[in-house]
Write a protein that binds this ligand. Structure first.
Ligand SMILES: *Cc1c(COP(=O)(O)O)cnc(C)c1O
Length: 400
């Protein structure tokens, strides 16, 4: 694959509106007319390129956004969905049928974990959850029934790094599809370049960046994306997680500032992680030299976008974590809220919120401690001031 710069790919797109507008026109239709009945038939059969049939299948606005995201990820094609979970569930149901098997990282988004653990077994699809950094365990868990190897580039919430290149070698050897959720590291990491087959994003987070909508995307080969849209067999066509055109147009406009936002998120998070770590706060950030995957991640990233905007700190206990989050909100350091990628800093205690689907026992085993706070660092203009304010809160609560 060509050596590409994901931000340039976004910058270089040229979509004009039908009246010469600098933004593409928004398609405000659920259905489309045909000049000839034969063309409608061909479109149903999937062989009338450039014709629209019905907006659950595809719409001009969704195709613009999909094209931009495919360009960003360096994939042949992409398909947007109404949420990240819509992208994940459609992909897994397209790739796996009854009796088949998934090998997945155990440190993944709580909703994805719940879907694999509780929902897919209804269809006799079983998942083995593994330590994704243990490549031998990953390979040993693959059976003749395995269809998918699933991971997050940087895992939620523990910020473990998946060695995508090494995983793709294992996936190819056993003929399984490597699916990577790249939600935490858009632009920073280009999983397709590293050998992933399918890349998923929750657009809800960094890519849209304004916490005003949910959205998702599946990036992959032309063949795979077409199979998802197939009128008779396709998961996105038949399950219907379709994004609305107005929203697709809005996300496309926000995508254009992603490169500068990611740089600022990374710059701010690096600064805070280094400073807090130096003060003795238990800090996890993949850009810290003491992070177990620091060296590998450094080689994986497109350096100009840095190590990302996510970090965790350990406040010592759940009570202290809760008190610290409440105080930080009171002092307007950020909001006590799930999600990430907003201009404001967002924090939550993953044990009690986004990972609550994972049983307590398993949370302990993965190192998800009670006092853990997951922080999505905002676009703060003055991060030194933010640092001072956090330290003040910690001192008041005797965490420091
Ligand atoms: C939020 C999130 C999802 C789910 O996306 P939604 O848009 O909320 O459906 C999936 N994976 C990761 C890593 C996430 O952070």
């Amino acid at each position: 694959m060509k050596d590409f710069e994901p931000a340039n790919e976004i910058q270089d797109l040229q979509f004009f509106g039908e009246f010469g507008g600098v933004n593409p026109s928004i398609s405000d239709s659920s259905t489309y007319t045909f000049m000839a009945a034969k063309t409608m038939f061909d479109t149903f059969e999937g062989n009338a390129d450039g014709c629209y049939l019905y907006s659950r299948h595809s719409s001009p606005s969704n195709l613009y956004l999909s094209a931009a995201l495919a360009a960003m990820e360096g994939s042949e094609s992409a398909n947007t969905t109404a949420s990240g979970m819509g992208a994940i569930t459609s992909t897994l149901m397209q790739l796996c049928k009854s009796g088949e098997h998934i090998v997945s990282s155990r440190t993944i988004y709580g909703g994805t974990y719940a879907f694999m653990k509780n929902f897919l077994p209804r269809y006799q699809i079983q998942t083995s959850f593994v330590d994704i950094t243990n490549l031998k365990q990953v390979e040993d868990s693959i059976t003749p029934q395995t269809r998918v190897l699933y991971c997050e580039t940087v895992s939620n919430p523990l910020l473990e790094v998946a060695d995508i290149e090494a995983l793709s070698i294992i996936a190819k050897k056993h003929n399984v599809t490597l699916v990577v959720d790249n939600t935490f590291s858009p632009l920073s990491v280009s999983p397709i370049k590293l050998g992933a087959d399918v890349v998923i994003h929750s657009l809800t987070k960094y890519i849209n960046g304004s916490s005003d909508t949910v959205g998702g995307v599946i990036c992959g080969t032309e063949d795979f994306i077409n199979s998802l849209k197939d009128v008779n067999q396709g998961a996105t066509m038949l399950l219907g997680p379709t994004m609305d055109s107005l929203r697709a147009a809005s996300i496309l406009k926000n995508l254009r500032t992603l490169p500068i936002r990611m740089q600022q998120h990374s710059k701010n998070a690096s600064y805070l992680a280094e400073k807090l770590d130096a003060l003795g706060v238990k800090t996890v950030y993949p850009g810290l030299k003491n992070h177990p995957s620091y060296e590998r991640y450094k080689k994986m990233i497109n350096a100009q976008f840095g190590f990302g905007g996510m970090m965790t700190i350990d406040a010592g206990s759940l009570d202290k974590a809760n008190a610290l989050m409440e105080l930080m909100q009171e002092r307007n350091i950020g909001y006590l809220a799930v999600s990430l990628g907003f201009y404001k800093t967002l924090f939550s205690a993953p044990g009690t919120s986004t990972s609550s689907e994972i049983p307590m026992e398993e949370q302990k085993e993965m190192g998800l401690s009670d006092g853990l706070i997951r922080i999505s660092i905002g676009l703060d203009h003055d991060i030194e001031r933010t640092f001072q304010n956090i330290v003040m809160c910690m001192k008041e609560l005797q965490i420091l």
